[in-house]
Design a protein around this ligand. Structure first.
Ligand SMILES: C[S@@+](CC[C@H](N)C(=O)[O-])C[C@H]1O[C@@H](n2cnc3c(N)ncnc32)[C@H](O)[C@@H]1O
Length: 450
């Protein structure tokens, strides 16, 4: 691979005698990773049904390598029911090493397409609140899809400049992930287009953006809270220098050690050696930088509840929820132009902010009927709904369903909405009538491959 001279000179200076071995790493294949959605299935159970040949990623308990030349997990029904996310192995580290406690208010400030947000949501496992944001509208749409596939319900998906969030969320979050936009030097082997992008916008360009984003993140952090900062680049100005600048500016911030460690992690060049660098010649990961910051002070309680009261629900919705074997907290459901959303228990005022989603979209009340959403289906288990069709992964109807076709069923079902599952994991809705299931799988999610 032809690397820019300026980049090579910088890396020689950074890595010194290790540079030749870094350069040699470009002769090796890029790495492919799969991360299990532990909100949906344990690693142990997943390995029992997993059809791919996997090798554990030693520093990520739910992460695995697969051979991206031979296996195509994005084209398997298990991908459609959110059993895993496909992610470069070193990119799994930031969300894995940000400590999350049950009930935390968590912000993923630069979240699209959701590689890290989906893991944060899985770690919260329905408790607390996950606020995800991305400045790009098109990328935020991809983020929303991944959040929904994963079945994460206690979530907001915003599309804002970080500065605009500060007014709404001052000192609000217990934990913040800033996976900053960066010059992407760690992605050169994975995607050679990154080299050209680097030549157009390099470290000088991104470090200015990163400084602004981190100041905004600091303002939104509670005393006692933590920020994990990460990039997939090697330049000092986007990594250690961002952190030292913040520590100088804010006396109540301190660097924390990242735990657990791993033999392949290299200490960063901060004074205390507490930041982490991942280099492709030192371990099986493309490249990352991580720093964990702690804001001194005592952790405070969650903000006050802001419930919308006195809502009346359409009979069709009330009828639909009779089919559920779980109860929904009706006081947390709001109606926005006939669309029903289940809000997280704690929700800030979002007035004036651009957002793609607040809470879980349950479905839409149409003329005399309620249409449950794809996102709602993705949060359910087989035992949660009274009318289900659970298919085996080898059943040819699975792929036909994913392609949007009507499928036939021998056994009778109750007329109306039916939750379609594969091996007990939700795929989406269908409508049963007369031994046929009319396809209600979200058109934008349909499989276009055979
Ligand atoms: C490294 S990517 C995030 C990847 C994501 N965390 C994941 O794991 O899938 C950085 C993101 O920052 C967003 N971004 C760019 N400039 C930004 C800014 N000024 N403020 C907030 N986000 C920004 C980009 O749209 C991009 O999606």
């Amino acid at each position: 691979m032809n690397l820019p001279q300026k980049f090579e000179d910088k890396m020689k200076e950074l890595l010194k005698e290790e540079y030749p071995s870094y350069q040699k790493s470009f002769e090796e294949e890029r790495l492919y990773g799969l991360r299990v959605n532990t909100k949906r299935i344990s690693v142990e159970e997943f390995l029992k049904i997993c059809p791919f040949s996997l090798e554990p990623i030693p520093w990520i308990e739910n992460g695995f390598y697969y051979d991206g030349k031979k296996e195509f997990p994005a084209k398997h029904p298990f991908y459609h029911c959110g059993l895993y996310y496909l992610q470069e192995p070193s990119a799994m580290t930031p969300a894995n090493r940000l400590p999350i406690d049950e009930g935390d208010c968590v912000l993923d400030l630069c979240a699209a397409p959701g590689g890290k947000a989906t893991e944060l949501g899985a770690k919260l496992n329905g408790s607390g609140i996950l606020v995800t944001n991305d400045i790009s509208n098109s990328r935020a749409k991809g983020l929303l899809k991944n959040i929904e596939i994963f079945g994460i319900e206690n979530v907001l998906v915003l599309n804002e400049e970080p500065g605009r969030l500060v007014e709404k969320f001052p000192g609000y979050f217990d934990k913040i992930l800033v996976d900053a936009p960066c010059s992407g030097e760690g992605m050169f082997r994975k995607d050679s287009k990154m080299v050209k992008a680097w030549e157009e916008h390099g470290p000088e360009y991104f470090s200015e953006i990163q400084k602004v984003i981190m100041r905004d993140a600091y303002e939104m952090l509670k005393p006692g809270g933590m920020i994990l900062y990460s990039t997939c680049t090697f330049d000092l100005s986007e990594n250690e220098e961002i952190i030292s600048g913040l520590l100088e500016e804010y006396g109540d911030l301190e660097l924390e050690s990242i735990s657990p460690g791993y033999e392949g992690f290299e200490s960063g060049l901060d004074k205390e050696g507490k930041t982490i660098r991942i280099f492709p010649h030192k371990m099986k990961g493309e490249g990352h930088f991580l720093a964990l910051l702690h804001k001194k002070g005592l952790k405070t309680e969650m903000n006050n509840r802001q419930k919308e009261k006195g809502i009346k629900f359409a009979d069709e919705f009330l009828e639909f929820i009779q089919m559920l074997n779980i109860s929904l907290p009706l006081e947390q459901i709001v109606n926005r132009k006939d669309k029903l959303y289940l809000l997280p228990a704690e929700i800030p005022d979002l007035k004036g902010l651009r957002f793609l989603r607040s809470g879980l979209f349950l479905g839409e009340c149409k003329k005399k009927r309620f249409e449950p959403s794809q996102a709602f289906a993705m949060t359910l288990k087989e035992e949660d709904f009274k009318n289900t069709l659970n298919l085996s992964v080898s059943d040819e109807r699975v792929m036909r369903y994913l392609r949007g076709e009507t499928i036939e069923v021998k056994e009778k079902r109750k007329k109306g909405y039916c939750l379609i599952l594969v091996e007990g994991f939700p795929l989406g809705w269908g409508k049963y009538s007369d031994h046929k299931i009319k396809n209600k799988y979200l058109p934008g999610w349909r499989a276009t491959y055979a």
